[in-house]
Design a protein around this ligand. Structure first.
Ligand code: JHZ
Length: 409
């Protein structure tokens, strides 16, 4: 397979002691939404298998899809999810308050997407975004958010330093998990930072993945599923220090990690590492239990949907997130069960889900069609969506929340 290579050593500690904990079969790429004319062609499928490193505890994929295939033309736009855009606006304000002193200071964001974060702070200091998606970087530049369209690399970090100088802050949200060479990333960031600079990044927390979050966050874009334990290993190996960590409810639960060149650590880091140990995140047994839970939930959700379909109920999907495609493909829920899906992202509307061929429409369609049941694929925004869709519920629609365990609300 030309577009997929296989790694045999751990992405962080380079050990070959990798143990398979979950096999989700071969699935299409989660963000490879299809046009109508592509429906007759078979979407390429790639193995989706999860491994645990018994040395540094990193949970990871070893089948690595070529990043150019995954990210050059991207359908995910941060601003399409209002709660996320607001979250980044608040982060931007915090970064300005805590770390930026003058208008000359520089902030670099890796994986800046449509500029949701940098757009909110660009008037207060110098900002540069880096993003490989050509369609999205172009849109960000059009909005006035200076964006370099490229994959981040050691060479790019040198070029940026030569051209713009060192950065007070480097940000990388929901992108560290996408990067195969984590050592190159961390060394590149170290090169970018001033002596007192800080690297701030947000990643989904593996403790949530195996607890109250969803296994559906596993897809080819996400090569790593981090604990702080594994990240600490990585930071130390490149001579950086984990300074602080905060857990917050985005994508289930994510960690915001602060890394610097200093030797000083906030107490939060030791407390978090202890909590992870207590939760067994460094033990293979914990991940085996998680795999069993997915199978139980699969049976429960599939049985529910088949029974509803037998009763001629109209079922639609809500949200076409990447994660939804892991769930739909692994549970084999397709267009025979789900009539259509609605999504707020204009780029996804008019397309079809990969592998399961469910059409995607703008949100108004749900109100017009009066479904009996709504499978909430964007379950991570359940609170906001349930509040927003009171009318749909008043008209009789029930929402099915599929993870971590199927429930109807
Ligand atoms: P959302 C993304 O995954 C992609 P996804 C990426 N690879 C990554 O790393 C993770 O995030 C962390 C829609 N929506 O944010 C918009 C509605 O329709 O959970 C989005 O398509 N109505 C970068 O794709 C999707 O749901 C709404 O009211 O799994 C949400 O996608 C809201 C709030 C959202 O991430």
């Amino acid at each position: 397979m030309i577009n997929c290579t296989r790694k045999t050593t751990c992405r962080i500690c380079r050990s070959s002691d990798l143990i398979k904990v979950l096999d989700l079969g071969k699935t299409p790429l989660a963000n490879s939404f299809l046009q109508e004319k592509e429906l007759l062609k078979q979407s390429p499928r790639f193995p989706l298998r999860l491994y645990f490193c018994s040395v540094c505890s990193l949970v990871q994929l070893c089948d690595v899809v070529n990043p150019a295939v995954l990210f050059k033309n991207y359908h995910y736009i941060t601003s399409a999810s209002k709660p996320l855009a607001e979250h980044f606006r608040l982060l931007g304000a915090e970064v300005l308050r805590r770390f930026i002193k003058t208008k000359k200071d520089l902030i670099i964001e890796i994986g800046s997407n449509d500029g949701a974060l940098l757009g909110s702070i660009k008037k207060r200091c110098r900002t540069i975004g880096v993003d490989p998606a050509e369609n999205i970087a172009k849109a960000a530049n059009r909005k006035g958010v200076k964006t370099i369209c490229a994959f981040f690399s050691g060479r790019l970090s040198e070029k940026i330093v030569r051209q713009y100088g060192h950065a007070k802050v480097v940000i990388a949200n929901n992108v560290v998990a996408h990067i195969n060479d984590l050592h190159e990333l961390f060394l590149g960031v170290k090169n970018l930072l001033t002596a007192d600079g800080v690297f701030i990044f947000e990643v989904h927390w593996v403790g949530n993945l195996i607890g109250s979050g969803g296994f559906d966050q596993i897809y080819h874009e996400h090569l790593s599923y981090f604990s702080l334990h594994s990240l600490n290993h990585l930071a130390q190996s490149v001579g950086l220090t984990m300074v602080d960590v905060v857990l917050f409810p985005v994508h289930g639960q994510s960690m915001r990690v602060y890394v610097g060149k200093t030797k000083q650590r906030n107490k939060s880091v030791a407390a978090f590492l202890t909590m992870e140990k207590k939760r067994g995140l460094n033990k293979i047994k914990t991940y085996n239990t998680f795999s069993k839970k997915i199978e139980d939930n699969k049976k429960k959700l599939v049985r529910l949907l088949f029974n509803l379909k037998k009763q001629k109920k109209k079922i639609i999907g809500y949200g076409a997130p990447a994660k939804g495609n892991t769930l739909l493909n692994y549970f084999k829920i397709d267009n025979k069960i789900i009539d259509f899906i609605t999504d707020t992202t204009p780029l996804k509307q008019g397309l079809y889900t990969p592998g399961t061929h469910i059409p995607i429409f703008a949100p108004e369609k749900a109100r017009e069609e009066r479904p009996d049941y709504v499978l909430l694929l964007s379950w991570n925004y359940a609170d906001t969506i349930l509040k927003k869709e009171k009318d749909l519920q008043k008209e009789g629609a029930k929402f099915i929340i599929p993870v971590p365990e199927t429930r109807i609300v």
